[in-house]
Design a protein around this ligand. Structure first.
Ligand code: EPZ
Length: 421
């Protein structure tokens, strides 16, 4: 089993190039199924979850070819509506295949949707929206089965601005009859990237950041080459790592506005941020950082996907921090591992109380989910001594060769094989 071995205490310095967004790639690659043709989707990251997702697309009949800068899709052949059960494919990212297959074939059959074990991950809001568009939903031996004779526009209110539910409704409504209005829709940049893709292909969707999205269905969409936005969560992760190690990092190929809540929180903690260009940000933190309080919220609030990494940084900040996680029920998995490294963290329901200590000590720890794993790497980079982070595959799901990117900015981190486990 692979693990990452990290020697802490080295300030990260230099330039990091951020990859394309995992969570924009899924909905855009799914929505491409609404179109019959060849399309080049650029800046798709080469990470585990995307590799598995591309396998799913191939299995249902999509031509998929990795190019230097992205993925060439060929959606001209018949596409199967059934996504087969596979332990590797239990990824949340396949959720948007539901809306896409309904839009293309009028039917969809998907296995239970997986993802990190950070919460129950229900799909009631997806189903509420799709039913309002004229989809009938059933379950049969572990598969979700959706059918529709005709997708028809409707008004849909989302009890929670679910990213996945918003994306599924947009994809299905794009090729429905009539107009759909989604209220209390998600505003994440990844949703905007999906809307921009569909509009470039001939859709008629208005998303102005108010939480209301208006979709006027069209008969047909045309092939289009398109670029995935930079990954704001990978950017946030490296920003936190740069500040936590008291280094001086410049991130390139980013949209700084997309992760502004994280940049602002790091500045509140005493780090400095500059913007050398529209697509770069520099973070440096020469002095000790101070405790800050965090409450995760839907975009444009502080992103839940950057909360574990921030918790790792706060374990050695001056003072006590309170972290309130409002999006997922089980997103403090890293806390117990950080405590093994000497952190002082108490978790009560969805609140973590972090009391800053002078320093963490390297230890053997295990990642149990993607962003929790990134938090352990962050802690290892700041701890005294050697940290070994096991279950690296969790981290590989969302980060393209994290150790290579860190080595380039001075991080003492190597990937090793432990065949005893
Ligand atoms: C997307 O997950 C992202 N994943 C997550 O990133 C991200 O944390 C999340 O959005 C929130 O920003 C992908 O895009 C593949 P949600 P998603 O639907 O769509 C509840 C990462 O680390 N909910 O916005 O699953 C749900 O239980 C991953 O990259 C319902 O109640 O998130 C949760 O509490 C982790 N009913 C909240 O909404 C539903 O039908 C947010 O879920 C759907 C969701």
């Amino acid at each position: 089993m692979e693990y990452l071995e990290i020697e802490g205490g080295v300030p990260l310095k230099g330039k990091v190039t951020i990859s394309g967004a995992k969570n924009a790639s899924f909905p855009v690659l799914s929505a491409a199924l609404l179109i019959k043709g060849k399309m080049h989707i650029k800046n798709v990251p080469d990470i585990l979850d995307i590799r598995h997702f591309l396998e799913v697309l191939k299995e249902i009949g999509v031509g998929v070819e990795r190019t230097e800068s992205g993925v060439m899709l060929d959606t001209r052949s018949e596409i199967s509506s059934k996504v087969k059960q596979n332990e590797k494919h239990s990824l949340r990212g396949t959720q948007t295949l539901l809306g896409a297959l309904l839009g293309r074939n009028g039917s969809a059959m998907l296995p239970s949707l997986g993802g990190c074990n950070i919460g129950a991950r229900p799909i009631d809001l997806h189903l509420k929206g799709l039913k309002l568009l004229g989809v009938s939903v059933d379950w049969d031996s572990g598969y979700l089965i959706g059918k529709t004779n005709k997708l028809k526009g409707n008004s849909i209110y989302l009890d929670f601005p679910s990213v996945g539910a918003t994306e599924n409704i947009i994809i299905a409504a794009a090729v429905s009859d009539g107009e759909t209005v989604i209220e209390n829709a998600a505003k994440e940049p990844e949703v905007k990237n999906l809307v921009d893709f569909l509009n470039a292909a001939g859709a008629d969707i208005k998303m102005n950041g108010s939480g209301i999205i208006k979709i006027r269905g069209v008969k047909e969409l045309h092939p289009v080459d398109f670029g995935i936005i930079p990954d704001r969560i990978e950017a946030a992760t490296f920003l936190v790592m740069g500040a936590a190690t008291h280094g001086d990092l410049t991130l390139e190929n980013v949209h700084p506005h997309d992760f502004e809540p994280v940049t602002m929180k790091l500045k509140e903690a005493g780090a400095f941020a500059e913007f050398p260009s529209d697509n770069s940000v520099r973070i440096y933190a020469p002095n000790p950082l101070n405790a800050v309080n965090i409450k995760t919220m839907p975009y444009p609030g502080f992103p839940t996907d950057a909360q574990p990494q921030m918790m790792a940084l706060l374990t050695t900040a001056n003072g006590s921090s309170v972290i309130r996680e409002t999006i997922f029920e089980n997103r403090f998995s890293a806390a117990s591992e950080l405590v093994k490294m000497g952190a002082d963290i108490k978790v009560e329901n969805n609140v973590a109380f972090v009391k800053g200590v002078d320093s963490l000590q390297g230890a053997d720890v295990a990642a149990v989910d993607l962003r929790g794993g990134a938090a352990l790497v962050t802690a290892g980079l700041t701890a005294k001594g050697i940290t070994r982070v096991r279950n690296v595959y969790h981290i590989d799901r969302g980060y393209e060769s994290i150790e290579n990117k860190l080595q380039k900015v001075g991080g003492r981190i190597v990937r090793k094989e432990d065949d005893t486990v």
